[in-house]
Design a protein around this ligand. Structure first.
Ligand code: C5P
Length: 297
């Protein structure tokens, strides 16, 4: 059986770190949004061996047990009791890795959804999210996607009204951030200003793009932007090109700007493209649905 499935990136409209937990993780409160920048996974089962075989178009991405897709396949087999009959996954990566866009987590989520479809295990979204949580805190969100308030370590999800349509310019500078490092550095800091997720939810409810843009806020900028001046420089350049608002996503380093005006977004894209490693134009994306998958016998 062969199935092709897209894996959408996420951005954080707000991100707040509330404190540490006994397990070393942090309680979060964040508004997460899927975007239509995506990887594509071609999954083939019944390859006749017991092996999990991964390949990826981008050099430098590990294709062994370190890859979250590998771990997600093992977790799916364990949770469902499905007998492995050989699987190969070709990952076509377009989402930059270690960028704050959940690139690895969304690939893991996509393979869990894909295997549920191939093996007709008909797991509920709760069951799919529980398998995803074993792989990483962002994976449960990536299972459903859309616009969600995420709490706990990121696994307690509440639906929010969709983000109003707009154009997003995503800019990834060359450096990468280690997420555990950012959490650790933040533990030693005083957070004076925090996002207002309720005000963000109210702006989404009103479909008020200017209000959404005004409420963008990420406490992790305290660490990443203070160590890397590019973050503020990118934000300033996006605003100078007409973005209604701009903020860093996740632990970074990707920064995105929200544009109402297509021409302004394209002008920002053209100006930033020669300066930074990755620059992308995309749009907010609604919840994942079965229609995204292409299944072939
Ligand atoms: O869950 P995931 O593997 O994506 O998280 C990466 C790292 O980020 C964790 O090992 C942990 O150090 C940190 N983290 C955290 N609190 C969260 C999510 C992640 O401390 N809620």
């Amino acid at each position: 059986m062969r199935l092709v499935i897209p894996a959408y990136a996420k951005i954080n409209l707000t991100l707040d770190v509330l404190g540490t937990r006994p397990d070393g993780y942090h309680n979060l409160r964040m508004v997460m949004q899927s975007v239509n920048l995506c990887d594509r996974l071609a999954i083939e089962t019944g390859t006749g061996t017991e092996e999990i075989s991964l390949r990826c178009n981008v050099p430098g991405i590990p294709c062994d047990e370190r890859n979250l897709v590998h771990r997600a396949i093992v977790a799916f087999y364990e949770a469902t009791g499905v007998t492995p009959d050989g699987i190969s996954v070709a990952i076509e990566k377009r989402i930059p890795a270690a960028a704050g866009l959940a690139g690895g987590s969304t690939d893991a989520a996509a393979v869990i959804r894909g295997l549920d479809r191939i093996y007709n295990t008909r797991l509920t979204s709760e069951e799919l999210r529980a398998i995803g949580l074993k792989i990483g805190a962002d994976v449960p969100f990536c299972i459903s996607g859309g616009t969600k308030l995420a709490e706990g370590v990121g696994e307690v999800l509440s639906p929010l009204p969709s983000m109003p349509d707009c154009i997003l310019v995503l800019v990834k500078p060359e450096f990468s951030m280690s997420t555990p490092y950012v959490f650790k550095a933040l533990d030693a800091m005083t957070i004076d200003h925090r996002p207002n997720a309720d005000a963000m939810a109210a702006a989404l409810e009103k479909q008020d793009l200017a209000g959404v843009s005004q409420e963008l806020y990420n406490v992790m900028e305290l660490v990443t932007a203070s160590e890397h001046p590019e973050i503020d420089a990118i934000k300033a350049e996006l605003i100078a090109h007409g973005a209604l608002g701009a903020v860093m996503s996740g632990s970074g380093p990707t920064v995105f700007g929200i544009f109402r005006d297509t021409a302004a977004a394209h002008a920002a894209y053209a100006a930033l493209l020669p300066q930074y490693e990755g620059v992308f134009l995309c749009r907010p994306k609604g919840e994942n649905g079965p229609e995204d998958m292409e299944l072939a016998q």
